[in-house]
Ligand binder design. Structure first.
Ligand code: CA
Length: 235
């Protein structure tokens, strides 16, 4: 299991969510973004996170309530995001149990600095994502967005590349279709989980991977997909 730090980002404003996600991913963090408080609690229930970035004003379940609920069950570091004026005349984010807070508008660079400081304080080692993944004949150059199979460069679409890089980052980890939609296609495609199947199909064709006897991409029935590193010297 890699030591990449996993961040849950809870923010209903899509522009902010996308910008913050891009910034954190560039810094080597694994980010899962959700747009309301109920989805945040659900995600936290199902997956392990090292830190939560939590907007205060959220649909469905408010940031305050999410923060309290998380605190009831976990001491995960929480950074609260608040608009100017939302908090000062109420209770401070820190009193809600958050570890730190930022007033909007904030610079992504500032957020990254706070994230890093909190993770350090939480005494968690950080490890940057690897730039190059090599599995037998398959080489994924993540920063250059290139994939090679037996030294031949594959012609992948942007979605196929993201899908492969996402799966191959953590061999053996099972991804649900919903997670893959979120990571590969983006939040706008939530509800279109089946589109992942056609991307997988095309990707398998390019990898010369047989769905019944796969070398790389395995179907996990009723759930989604996982990547496996082929046995050394594998086909
Ligand atoms: Ca908000």
């Amino acid at each position: 299991m890699s030591a990449t730090r996993r961040i849950l980002l809870v923010e209903d404003e899509k522009a902010i969510r996308n910008a913050v996600t891009a910034y954190l991913e560039k810094e080597g963090y694994w980010v899962s973004g959700v747009g309301d408080g109920a989805a945040a609690l659900e995600a936290f229930d199902k997956q392990r996170f090292d830190l939560v970035v939590l907007d205060l004003m959220l649909p469905k379940v408010s940031g305050e309530d999410v923060c309290r609920a998380l605190r009831d069950s976990s001491d995960v570091p929480i950074i609260m995001l608040t608009a100017k004026g939302e908090l000062e005349d109420r209770v401070s984010g820190l009193e809600l149990g958050a570890d730190d807070y930022l007033i909007k508008p904030f610079s992504p660079r500032e957020l990254v600095a706070r994230v890093r400081a909190l993770l350090r304080r939480a005494n968690v080692a950080e490890e940057p994502l690897r730039d190059r993944l090599e599995y037998g004949r398959l080489v994924i150059d993540v920063s250059a967005h290139k994939v090679y199979l037996a030294e031949e460069e594959l012609d992948l679409t942007a979605s196929e590349f993201k899908l492969l890089a996402t799966l191959a980052r953590y061999p053996g980890r099972v991804y649900s279709r919903m997670e893959l939609v979120e990571k590969v296609l983006g939040y706008d495609f939530m509800g279109y989980e089946r589109t992942i199947d056609s991307h997988v199909k095309n990707l398998r064709a390019k990898l010369d991977d047989d769905s019944k006897n796969p070398t790389y991409i395995y179907t996990v029935h009723g759930v989604g997909y996982r990547f496996e590193a082929p046995a050394s010297g594998g086909s």
